[in-house]
Ligand binder design. Structure first.
Ligand SMILES: NC(=O)c1ccc[n+]([C@@H]2O[C@H](COP(=O)([O-])OP(=O)(O)OC[C@H]3O[C@@H](n4cnc5c(N)ncnc54)[C@H](OP(=O)(O)O)[C@@H]3O)[C@@H](O)[C@H]2O)c1
Length: 251
């Protein structure tokens, strides 16, 4: 299938490793000129080198920390300056933030800032140019809707689901789609830190995942690339789980 992505441009956050990097590789493989952003310049350079060595367009690099106020607006401005326009935004930067019952206000604020506020601000900074060009794709990586504990990221990801749903209605007539991908457990730095060996991952997955394995980043990236393509023009406002059938609830 020709995904009709050749010549499009994309900004991928959290692209220094894990799911963001996999999305960047898969977009580049379809002929997309990608801008990759995260804090670690060495890993971003490595990712750009790898993508170029595969024979794809070398991504441009934006080294940036999302925490400072106005970070999102600065990243958006730099991406627009480097690539002229952005057709596709993949928001992958984020992370789990488990908190105890008496978790301090600052910790909740930090988790919400990275996982919701900056993502929303970055998207809103790029939307005007997408609307003007009558084409845009926003893909947000979120997380579980079945929390078993307290975690600021759970609350933030739920906010992303609801905000995305509303936004998808507002920009629908402008050729912009907004979807969320909900990873179960897929290999990345944060997962490998918690389960460093293949044996540990298999043991965990046997109990928690009907497919009895942790997913590979490419298994999510392929769907992200399809959603990013003009082929997915009638799919918007959705939350799609990529979790080896791990979710319990039908709706
Ligand atoms: N992997 C999973 O199974 C899973 C499960 C549920 C949800 N998710 C969600 O899916 C997304 C990607 O997951 P992942 O596993 O690849 O995440 P990860 O291994 O934790 O990586 C997070 C990415 O975000 C970047 N990042 C973190 N803080 C940042 C900051 N302050 N400024 C700029 N960039 C920052 C990191 O790059 P630098 O450190 O270089 O800045 C890194 O590339 C995240 O939103 C995560 O919450 C993943």
């Amino acid at each position: 299938m020709d995904l009709k992505l050749k010549g499009k441009t994309a900004l991928v956050t959290g692209a220094s490793q894990g799911l963001g990097k996999a999305i960047a590789v898969s977009l580049a493989a379809e002929g997309v000129q990608v801008a990759i952003t995260a804090r670690r310049a060495d890993l971003l350079k490595l990712a750009a080198d790898e993508i170029q060595a595969m024979g794809y367009l070398r991504p441009v690099i934006i080294v940036a920390d999302l925490y400072p106020e106005n970070a999102s607006e600065a990243i958006a401005a730099q991406a627009l300056k480097l690539l002229g326009h952005i057709d596709i935004l993949a928001n992958s930067a984020g992370g789990s933030r488990p908190l105890p019952l008496d978790g301090p206000k600052e910790a909740w604020l930090e988790g919400m800032t990275l996982n919701f506020w900056r993502l929303r601000e970055l998207t809103h900074a790029l939307l005007p140019s997408m609307i003007e060009r009558k084409f845009g794709r926003v893909i947000n990586l979120t997380g579980t809707r079945e929390p078993r504990n307290l975690n600021a990221a759970h609350a933030a990801k739920a906010a992303v689901h609801v905000w995305s749903k509303g936004l998808s209605k507002v920009v629908a007539k402008d050729g912009v789609t907004v979807n969320c991908l909900q990873p179960g457990k897929l290999r990345s730095e944060q997962i490998d830190k918690r389960m460093p060996t293949e044996e540990a991952r298999r043991e965990w997955a046997k109990k928690e995942v009907p497919m009895e394995r942790v997913g590979e980043p490419e298994e999510l990236a392929d769907l992200a690339v399809f959603l990013a393509s003009p082929r997915a023009s009638y799919i918007s406002g959705n939350v799609i789980a990529v979790d080896g059938a791990a979710r319990f609830f039908a709706f």
